[in-house]
Write a new protein. Structure first.
Length: 504
């Protein structure tokens, strides 16, 4: 994935901004050329609206947060760097989307036929999806590093305030000179929330899952999203008593207008298209993995159609406690009806399903459907590793550990060497076996080196607690969605016509 250097960012800013004397605080559009007019005209209302909403939230936060001028000035270099990250991310993401849309379109079409993927389409999609994932993670890591620095500049009270802050709910907040009342209120609320979490098994399991998944899916927190967003630059600069920099104005320009090469409207359309294609592909992956019969599909869609009017009526009643309770009860009843349609293996697939673009082996291979402990990946690892030289074996172990970190989470430092030793010894044991004996024992060897999947365990625990409390679960999250049901209808028609008709 390409990443813009500062010189490239500066050139981009230079092409976007025109500053004029006393108008230093005003962001101007680039000088219009004939080919630029379509980019500028009618391209910004939604983006401007989103920007204004973000800026209003930042202004509201800063008016209540009680930053000193010294704190504000210390935050300015961080928001400057954040502006660079947002500009570079816009440019690289826009370029990548130009490739993602046609690649995902081809992949979704082949996925919908459930006849496998051509090597070129699968390889291209996997590579571009990996690029997109790396780009997203890189942006998050850069912003998280800035967020850590910004958090250190805040007092403990201010940190709690940011975490508890909700735009449009602070209208009656006391003025800055009465922050003691705010502090006492927030500290009491935080302590209460902590006690609730300790008493509540479901909340605690969800918290533990978030902590485990954080290294695998780095996510920017509220300090980064609110205090370091480029939309916070203006109010922060006012508080610091300085003018916004060229870079800050450039970020505002890009996030509201886009760039001449990638206008904001087209960029948003591409983003929406990529999201829709991801949803479509994830749905096909699950539909293919469930291997529902025509009868099962008909039963699920009939139940959904019969219940949809009542659910719509319940949703229209608003968000009060009674309305939420009645809606949850209706959804649970619908979930139960759909669950009864599925066999045991299908329920296991659904319980373990994780939305993914490239389907894993246990979704591609009908033989493995419902197998919770699929060791095929580790069997393939051992099959390959037993034939490698010692030097290449170490590289293969490094690669496996990196994949495990990505999918299961990082090991504690104290356990990393122990795992390396186990992997190396198991590979040596596999080498000593004849091909026939290895074929017989590879499952046992793979089970020996299988890592405990704490993420899967927590998800199973959460699913059970959720079900016991009558809360919506994976059936609601994945199956009882309009897009999924429509694709399920398509699969039903494909099965009725037969595979040859489905491929035409």
């Amino acid at each position: 994935m390409r990443r813009l250097h500062w010189s490239a960012t500066a050139r981009l800013l230079g092409g976007l901004l025109c500053l004029s004397g006393a108008m230093a605080l005003v962001v101007l559009l680039p000088t219009a050329r004939a080919g630029d007019r379509d980019w500028m005209v009618g391209s910004t209302p939604k983006a401007v609206s989103d920007w204004q909403e973000q800026a209003q939230a930042a202004d509201e936060l800063l008016s209540c947060l009680g930053l000193t001028r010294q704190q504000a000035r210390a935050l300015l270099p961080l928001i400057e760097q954040s502006a660079v990250v947002h500009i570079e991310d816009y440019q690289s993401t826009a370029e990548l989307h130009d490739e993602l849309v046609p690649a995902f379109t081809d992949f979704a079409r082949q996925d919908s036929l459930n006849e496998g993927f051509t090597p070129d389409v699968e390889r291209r999609t996997a590579q571009l999806n990996h690029q997109a994932k790396l780009a997203q993670e890189e942006k998050a890591r850069r912003l998280l590093a800035l967020e850590d620095q910004a958090t250190e500049l805040l007092t403990p009270t201010q940190r709690v305030f940011v975490e508890e802050f909700h735009p449009n709910r602070q209208r009656s907040a006391p003025p800055v000179d009465a922050r003691g009342a705010v502090r006492r209120h927030l500290q009491a609320a935080a302590a209460q929330a902590q006690r609730e979490a300790q008493r509540d098994e479901l909340t605690e399991a969800q918290r533990a899952l978030r902590e485990l998944e954080r290294p695998m899916n780095p996510t920017v927190g509220r300090v980064g999203n609110l205090l370091l967003h480029p939309a916070a630059a203006d109010p922060l600069c006012r508080l610091a008593g300085v003018e916004p920099t060229h870079t800050m104005r450039g970020a505002a320009q890009v996030l509201q207008q886009g760039t001449p090469a990638h206008p904001i409207d087209r960029h948003r359309e591409q983003q929406a298209r990529v999201r829709c294609l991801r949803t479509e592909i994830n749905n096909w992956n699950l539909i293919n993995g469930l291997h529902l019969s025509v009868e099962q599909i008909d039963r699920v869609t009939r139940v959904y159609d019969a219940t949809r009017p009542a659910l719509a009526e319940l949703k229209s009643r608003g968000r009060g406690p009674d309305a939420r309770r009645d809606l949850a009860a209706a959804v649970l009843e619908l979930e139960t009806a759909v669950e009864q349609v599925l066999n045991r293996g299908q329920r296991e697939v659904l319980a373990e399903y994780k939305a993914c673009l490239i389907p894993p082996k246990n979704l591609k291979d009908p033989v493995r459907v419902g197998q919770a402990n699929d060791s095929s990946q580790l069997e393939r690892f051992l099959t390959r590793a037993r034939r490698l030289t010692p030097q290449r074996t170490d590289a293969a172990i490094d690669e496996l550990l990196a994949k495990e970190t990505e999918h299961v989470g990082p090991l504690p430092a104290s356990e990393q060497q122990e795992r390396r030793t186990l992997l190396r010894k198991t590979i040596e044991d596999a080498r000593r076996l004849s091909d026939v004996d290895f074929a017989i024992q590879k499952g046992e060897l793979a089970a020996r080196i299988a890592r405990r999947d704490r993420v899967r365990e927590l998800k199973t625990e959460i699913a059970a607690l959720t079900h016991d409390r009558g809360l919506p679960g994976p059936i609601s999250r994945f199956i009882l969605q309009p897009e999924f049901i429509e694709q399920l209808r398509i699969r039903g028609e494909q099965l009725r016509r037969g595979p040859l008709a489905a491929g035409r």
